[in-house]
Design a protein around this ligand. Structure first.
Ligand code: NAD
Length: 497
């Protein structure tokens, strides 16, 4: 689904003005009065300042969310929550271009890609709307003495704390707020300090659609100052987190105080396996964009590219040629395919991996250099990089880079590649390219990953669950099981004899 841009006026000028955060239905500053800047990663310009929220602001937001949860929101019928979600989806659709511009300006995602993500946001909202009226318990026959009726009910878990990364602010926000609204929970969302603006726009649109005060709250701030107090808060019933595995581990530890429920969408080092019989015309661009899209700042990046030895050299050559042809620039240009990295820190991180690849003996066959021609000098642009001659033990083949770097590794047999593909602490996604149905089934069955794509990649649909195995986390977003993450099951026994 690609939504055609509509000429709705922009609400926010993204010209350095101050934006407040949203607590209990009001736009407010941090209790400390502190602010921080957010920049356009393509131009380096400050596009807004936002409150540097801290513990006091989290306290206030959680209290607002609790009051709303116990108040009229708890009496909203499923069909009312459904109508609300549908209104939100319609409003988002009207403002879709503005949402996309906000993501592009705040975190660099090329606008064409942002627009093409409509199904992941608008479709997801409509899917949650459907789920709002599909929540149900069960009547269960029991073996107890006497005449006892037993059944289960599903109840919202309560106040949800959501913490999201910067690489997909719209989808990450909606994937957390949507199920909270569908199930009757309330939510305090902390966006990443690197890209806080779209979640604020989302809150504004949600309020306009009629979300009651306190049901959705956004506290901007850093992980340490605002994220940690949210995770530790004793009145938060559940944390939904998307981010790095290291932060996920610390969140799990910090959430132990009241044993709150936690779901974790974490990092990845996903394998893509190209078999000798693959359709290369399709496999080359899809494998390339499995990593290069969003400059490699994607959790599901297929950064370990296993290629059958007979086609390996040809494939790498085509991949390098494809990488060199990509249009790199400010994502606001609709023809841009690759935007900047989010920050100087991320740029240094990627450069470190490029150096380690070379030092450990891999061969850089394309890209890797910083691009500084003309306006590119203002941002952190890296030419999409392809390494060949990579071995399984090299750092670039083991660690999540979160940058535009692919490592090509030859393989000889399916058994061998399966073992190697699964030899990673992560398990978020995997790709396979083959024309053979039996190979497709065998590989997809044996790959230890939450999503397996055959002859495609990045296919994400509201009706399909998304999430990780192993250190890529647990819990699922999307699919009918998603709402279960926001529900408690109660067993009721009624003696009727
Ligand atoms: P990050 O872990 O550094 O930060 C994520 C969020 O956690 C931010 O909002 C940050 O402020 C907050 N945070 C940091 N420390 C915290 C703490 N101690 N307590 C509470 N909150 C804290 O990740 P990032 O650099 O923003 O994003 C990149 C990572 O996210 C990558 O590893 C990527 O794979 C992962 N990611 C995963 C998915 C998925 O669905 N599995 C999707 C997108 C991104």
């Amino acid at each position: 689904m690609t939504v055609v841009p509509t000429p709705v006026p922009m609400r926010h000028q993204l010209d350095g003005r101050h934006r407040q955060m949203f607590i209990g239905g009001s736009w407010v500053d941090a209790a400390s009065g502190e602010r921080f800047e957010t920049r356009n990663p393509a131009t380096g310009e400050v596009i807004a300042t936002v409150p540097r929220g801290g513990k006091q602001d989290i306290e206030r937001a959680v209290a607002a969310a609790r009051t709303a949860f116990d108040g009229p929101w708890s009496r909203f019928k499923p069909h009312e929550r459904q109508k609300l979600l549908l209104r939100i989806a319609d409003l988002f659709e009207r403002h879709w271009d503005e949402i996309c511009v906000s993501d592009t300006t705040d975190m660099g995602l090329p606008i064409a890609r942002a627009r093409a993500n409509a199904n992941r946001v608008l479709g997801m909202l409509r899917f949650y709307a459907g789920m709002a009226t599909a929540i149900h318990g069960q009547t269960i026959e029991n073996s107890l003495p006497g005449d006892i009726v037993s059944y289960t009910t599903k109840e919202p878990v309560g106040v949800v704390g959501a913490i999201i990364p910067w690489n997909a602010p719209t989808a990450a926000s909606v994937w957390k707020i949507g199920p909270a609204l569908a199930t009757g929970c309330t939510i305090v969302l902390k966006p990443s300090e690197e890209a806080p603006l779209t979640p604020l726009l989302i809150a504004e649109l949600m309020a306009e659609a009629g979300v009651p005060d306190g049901v959705v709250n956004i506290v901007t701030g850093t992980g340490q100052q605002a994220g940690a107090p949210l995770v530790e808060h004793m009145d938060v019933d559940k944390i939904v987190f998307t981010g790095s595995t290291a932060t996920g581990q610390s969140i799990l530890r910090a959430s132990a105080g009241n044993l709150k429920r936690v779901s974790l969408e974490l990092g990845g080092k996903s394998p893509v396996i190209v078999c000798a019989d693959a359709d290369l015309e399709r496999a080359v661009p899809v494998a390339a964009m499995s990593v290069f899209a969003n400059s490699g700042q994607i959790c599901i990046a297929g950064s370990r590219l296993f290629v059958a030895r007979p086609i390996h050299d040809d494939f790498v050559e085509r991949l390098a040629a494809y990488a060199k042809d990509l249009r790199i620039g400010d994502g606001i240009d609709p023809t841009t395919e690759i935007g900047p990295l989010i920050s100087a820190r991320q740029f240094e991180r990627v450069q470190g991996y490029l150096r380690s690849g070379a030092e450990e003996g891999a061969q850089l066959v394309a890209g890797g250099e910083r691009l500084t021609q003309g306006a590119l000098a203002k941002g952190h642009f890296v030419a999409p990089a392809v390494f060949a001659g990579v071995s399984d033990t090299m750092t670039i083949a083991r660690e999540e880079i979160f940058g535009p770097v692919i490592s090509a590794l030859p393989f000889d047999t399916l058994d061998e590649v399966m073992t190697r593909a699964n030899d990673t602490p992560y398990g978020l996604a995997a790709g396979v390219f083959t024309r053979d149905l039996s190979t497709a089934h065998q590989l997809s069955r044996r790959l230890r990953a939450g999503s397996v794509w055959v002859n495609t990649y990045h296919a994400i649909d509201p009706a399909m669950p998304f999430g990780g195995y192993k250190m890529s986390g647990y819990g699922r977003e999307g699919g009918i099981e998603h709402v279960d993450e926001y529900l408690n099951t109660k067993g009721v026994f009624i003696r009727i004899d």
